[in-house]
Design a protein around this ligand. Structure first.
Ligand SMILES: Nc1ncnc2c1ncn2[C@@H]1O[C@H](COP(=O)(O)OP(=O)(O)OP(=O)(O)O)[C@@H](O)[C@H]1O
Length: 453
């Protein structure tokens, strides 16, 4: 038995380990995706993430089947061994009974009670352990489900896109084979109200974007109105800098423009058309977001730059061209494997400035007409700062840009500056115009000059 136990352990440990690792990489993929969901969303990267997750699920299934086979094989062998030893016990006991050393009754009771007790206790312990784990998992699932608000356009829009297409990729098929009916029907009704604009990109390249009497409260705090009748026009191809005190609502405006939320009243339009009439996935394709803390995925530098674009449309040359324009090419080629170098979890193997330049290259390659920029507050060294700034200037050229500005130079160079206060635009104009008005902006520049710089 000892020998069998040792063989069992040695043969199953690698299989258990592989299964555990498959499970870990599956949950890593999920947590990485959800912690960077805004970046995924803004680059229409859902398919890619789902395909990655699907592959992990398939790997998990394969390792699970292997583990199951090992377990059942070992279980069978164990049982055979138990029954053989039982027979041996019978033979030995029988011979002892025959020799008159013990009585038949004592022998039979001894075997019966021993085995019944062993199996019963084993079964009870296993079952109660499994039951406790299951109840804890169900409780956790319920607590998460009860607190979740579903964004219908986002959730069912993607679902419809997947259901509506023929997929050859087995990993994506995993998400379309679940024949549940209720939600899909609801989704089709909902989505049929939206128009799909193939020419949305052309439209946005040549039209102004208007925020008209926009009111907004966050779903979790519906009683607190963050934006209260905000009007703002982003002129096509120009830069608008948002400034204002902390908590004034600048990031909220950006979130609405990115369509992570929708206005509770009022509307955002492009060429006079409410942007809600376009599918969110379409909208995501015309907006690039460069955050102050850009999120990179734990794949290679090249794959990070090409993130969100269909593989067949991106050539290595395009990636290099974008990297050069973003001042990133030189440092990339000096990395050990150049464009194939892995950047580590969340880009941890690169410096802050390098991460920002890769994010800029990504946005350049995406070439979306709307650019949303949340300027970094964290200081970079002077050389890095200049490289990032050059890359940003290149990126902003010709795009309708909204920037949450933290640098005085950015504000000064913007075509218009919007001072956000109390959920509205309090002042609007160029740097010199607003300084001449001697209003909030002038005070802000005066009092925050150091903070800007
Ligand atoms: N997800 C959210 N749920 C509820 N309230 C929120 C949420 N995000 C922000 N708020 C609130 O909305 C208000 C405006 O926040 P917002 O982030 O837009 O300000 P901001 O002008 O960008 O500030 P900062 O310059 O400090 O980033 C704040 O009072 C904030 O507490």
């Amino acid at each position: 038995f000892c020998c069998f136990e040792a063989v069992y352990k040695r043969s199953t440990i690698p299989v258990f380990r592989a299964h555990g690792m498959a499970q870990a990489s599956m949950s890593d993929c999920v947590s990485e995706t959800f912690s960077a969901i805004r970046t995924v969303r803004s680059f229409s990267g859902e398919h890619r993430q789902m395909s990655m997750f699907g592959n992990q699920v398939l790997a998990y299934r394969r390792s699970g089947i292997r583990l199951g086979m090992f377990k059942s094989l070992n279980e069978s062998v164990t049982r055979v061994a138990v029954y053989i030893s039982l027979i041996a016990l019978y033979c030995l006991g029988g011979s002892k009974v025959k020799a008159g050393e013990i009585s038949v009754g004592t022998f039979a009771s001894f075997i019966g009670y021993t085995f019944t007790l062993t199996f019963a206790v084993q079964g009870l312990v296993n079952t109660s352990g499994d039951l406790r784990a299951t109840l804890a998992a169900v409780e956790r699932i319920n607590s998460i489900l009860s607190g979740v608000e579903v964004d219908e356009t986002l959730a069912y829009g993607l679902e419809r896109e997947i259901q509506g297409k023929e997929h050859t990729d087995e990993a994506i098929k995993l998400f379309s084979d679940n024949g549940h009916s209720g939600k899909s029907t609801r989704n089709v009704h909902y989505m049929s109200a939206l128009k799909s604009a193939n020419n949305l990109s052309n439209l946005v390249w040549s039209a102004d974007i208007c925020l008209e009497d926009v009111h907004f409260s966050y779903p979790l705090r519906p009683d607190v109105e963050i934006l209260r009748g905000l009007d703002l026009t982003l002129k096509c191809g120009t830069v608008t800098a948002l400034v204002g005190p902390s908590g004034a609502g600048k990031s909220t405006i950006v979130q609405l423009l990115s369509r992570f939320y929708e206005p509770t009243k009022g509307r955002i339009t492009v060429a006079g058309e409410d942007i809600r009439t376009f599918e969110k996935t379409e909208w995501a394709r015309v907006v690039s977001i460069v955050n102050q803390e850009p999120v990179l995925f734990s794949v290679s530098v090249g794959e990070n730059i090409a993130y969100g674009l269909p593989d067949e449309n991106v050539s290595k040359d395009d990636i290099i061209k974008a990297a050069k324009a973003a001042n990133a090419h030189e440092f990339i080629v000096s990395l050990p494997q150049g464009y194939d170098t892995l950047v580590g979890e969340r880009g941890g193997l690169l410096s802050g400035g390098q991460r920002q330049r890769i994010a800029i290259a990504r946005a350049l390659l995406k070439n979306a007409p709307i650019l949303i920029l949340d300027e970094a507050t964290s200081a970079l060294d002077a050389v890095s700062e200049r490289l990032v700034q050059d890359a940003l200037n290149h990126l902003m050229k010709g795009r309708t840009t909204m920037v949450i500005a933290h640098r005085l130079s950015t504000v000064q160079n913007a075509h218009q500056i919007a001072v956000v206060s109390d959920g509205r635009i309090a002042e609007l104009g160029s740097h010199l115009q607003l300084l001449a008005e001697k209003g909030r902006y002038a005070t802000l520049v005066g009092t925050q000059r150091l903070a800007f710089e």
